[in-house]
Design a protein around this ligand. Structure first.
Ligand code: G4P
Length: 530
């Protein structure tokens, strides 16, 4: 493929994820976005709503259905206008935040969704902190305008103060709740009218051009027309104008208003994303920066997921393509193990349905069948020894000992736990001094998921019980002699994690500080890059 051909494929791609607090409307927006992408005919099938008998494309475990949370991350690709959009779904529940953080390393921009009755909520603050690590550009959607909302100016002030990002309104709401009339599109200078009760389909757009158009009075009423004109004077005087450079630096966010449930405003966001959000960006590796239009293929694995579809009992490694082109049957170098492999059956995620991809380009996500050799963070290339950086592992905060009901199943248990650890579903620590299996997690629900999956996928009945561990730190030391000495002296507190990395397991925080004082040359790390 000529470099120009590759470049034009790169320029078409927009890869983003939605960040929000649970219940702000992420699932509903995903439905409507897919509707616009013509990926599904009528919205209402993503979470199995509406009694259609179809179940969620991203929900795959009974457990998450029961709990009403999305445990998994999946990928949906769809065309919109001239662009090809990749939407990476993230788990809404904070107990699965590690997955979300790693998914955010694989996107070029994010859509932040805010419940306009509630404003900025806790999880949004956390996720915004993560996007800051890479200065990811953010587009904002103020959702649920069909309900009574907080004052829009106050909402934007809150985003600016709490999230420390400038807001540039692109649309402005006219009324809310039962009196929601639509939005004024500031850049297009037109009023776009809302029609209620049409959330399940793409609405015919009714607009009134120009703020001074006398027709406005007749469609939204005199009071609203007057109020809108007054507010626009105020808003245009007091708020920021859209600035591309600041947007790309993650310093300013364009803000849209609407209702996902009423399917109003979602197309405005998509227009904004296609027009402004960055195409696939260059990526840092330990060796050098990799440009998307480089001829040679490269990519990294940010997630591993098992048994997404009961018909395909396998594990899929999600890879973000960073450069070059994937072509069915091509040879790739699995850099960590130094082996070339032939890939003929990668999956793509066209609108949630898994299908085989003949080709894929930078910004796209492909799924590789994983038989236990691929780990999160692995780099694939066409020969070059590249290692992409910045895919984090977080020290767990909660610990449990896993016990077998049937002691003869130890091998199955070990295999299952190590595979789940490799996927990032949980972390596993094997103490040097005994045969315990300790699992560590960031959120308590992860333990339930692990036990449920051990049972359904590995046929192992296990239980978890409390263990006296307060925290864990990965350890490293430049001086091998000192590390050996430390390993001897701290032997009873050391363990190996799923990837055989040395870890210090501390029964109390005081114990950890004492160890740090005693061994100043040793680094105790709370995150580890894959
Ligand atoms: P999430 O994925 O971010 O957790 O949110 P989700 O889309 O599931 O939305 C949470 C709830 O908010 C849902 O109601 C959904 O219908 C509702 N919702 C989303 N967007 C809007 C909107 O623009 N206006 C209004 N009024 N409601 C909205 P639910 O009753 O919890 O779920 P369901 O019974 O409708 O499935």
């Amino acid at each position: 493929m000529s470099n120009e051909g590759l470049l034009s494929e790169v320029n078409k791609r927009r890869t983003f994820a939605i960040i929000s607090h649970p219940d702000a409307g992420k699932t509903t927006i995903t439905e409507k976005v897919l509707l616009f992408g013509e990926a599904i005919k009528s919205a209402g099938t993503v979470k199995g709503r509406g009694g259609t008998g179809q179940h969620a494309k991203s929900d795959w475990m009974e457990m998450e259905k029961e709990r009403g949370i999305s445990v998994t991350t999946s990928v949906m690709q769809f065309p919109y206008q001239d662009a090809l959009v990749n939407l990476l779904d993230t788990p809404g529940h904070e107990d699965f935040s590690e997955d979300t953080y790693r998914t955010l390393t694989a996107v070029d921009s994010c859509l932040m969704v805010i419940d306009s009755a509630k404003g900025v909520e806790a999880r949004t603050i956390k996720l915004m902190e993560v996007t800051r690590l890479r200065d990811t550009p953010i587009v904002t959607f103020m959702n649920k305008l069909d309900r009574d909302i907080r004052d829009p100016i106050e909402l934007m002030d809150e985003v600016e103060d709490v999230l420390n990002i400038a807001c540039a309104p692109i649309t402005w709401p006219i009324g809310s709740g039962k009196l929601f009339k639509g939005v004024y599109h500031i850049l297009r200078d037109e009023v776009i009218l809302y029609q209620s009760g049409q959330g399940h389909m793409i609405q015919e757009v009714r607009t009134v051009k120009g703020l001074d158009n006398p027709e406005l009075e007749s469609v939204i009423g005199e009071d609203f027309a007057e109020q809108l004109r007054e507010e626009m004077e105020l808003v245009q005087g007091a708020s920021n104008e859209f600035d591309m450079e600041m947007f790309l630096a993650g310093e300013l966010t364009p803000v849209y208003f609407g209702t996902a449930l009423g399917n109003f405003g979602v197309d405005h966001i998509l227009d904004g994303l296609v027009e402004w959000a960055p195409k696939p960006q260059p990526r840092e590796s330990a060796e050098r920066q990799v440009e998307p239009a480089e001829e040679k293929f490269s990519g990294f694995v940010f997630k591993i997921q098992a048994n997404m579809d009961p018909k395909h009992r396998d594990r899929i490694a999600f890879m973000r393509i960073c450069s070059g082109k994937y072509q069915k049957g091509m040879k790739m170098r699995h850099v960590r193990i130094g082996k070339d492999i032939s890939v003929s059956d990668a999956v793509t995620f066209m609108a949630g349905d898994r299908s085989h991809a003949d080709e894929a380009f930078p910004g796209d996500i492909i799924g590789l069948h994983n038989h236990g050799t691929i780990q999160i963070g692995d780099t694939f290339s066409q020969g070059e020894n590249l290692r992409f950086t910045g895919i984090p592992n977080f020290a767990p905060e909660l610990f449990r000992r896993i016990q077998l009901k049937d002691p003869l199943k130890m091998k199955h248990l070990q295999k299952g736990l190590l595979q789940l650890a490799e996927e990032g579903a949980v972390q596993v620590f094997r103490p040097l001094r005994n045969n315990d299996l300790i699992v560590g997690a960031v959120g308590i629900l992860q333990f339930d998921v692990v036990v449920a999956r051990l049972k359904s996928e590995y046929k192992v009945e296990a239980i978890y019980e409390p263990i006296n561990v307060a925290t864990a730190r990965w350890v490293a030391c430049d001086d091998q002699r000192k590390l050996d000495e430390f390993s001897k002296k701290a032997h009873d507190n050391l363990a190996l994690d799923g990837g055989d990395n040395l870890t210090y397991i501390a029964p109390t925080m005081v114990n950890l500080s004492l160890a740090q004082e005693r061994f100043p040359e040793v680094k105790f790390m709370t995150t580890r890059e894959h």
